[in-house]
Design a protein around this ligand. Sequence first.
Ligand SMILES: [Zn+2]
Length: 57
Amino acid sequence: MTGPDLARLDGRQLTGITCARCGRRLGARARRHGPPVRDDRGREYQLWRCLEACVSR
Ligand SMILES: [Zn+2]
């Protein structure tokens, strides 16, 4: 199983401002989206997602 595709995420998703799955703004109601992931430059990101079920798009 592979991790999230970082190339498909924008900067706000990578920094936890918006949901890594559906792109909605998170605010205080969020949870970690799996363990930290690294891009091909070795930078580490903790992705976040909605506390409730995401709306897939
Ligand atoms: Zn979401």
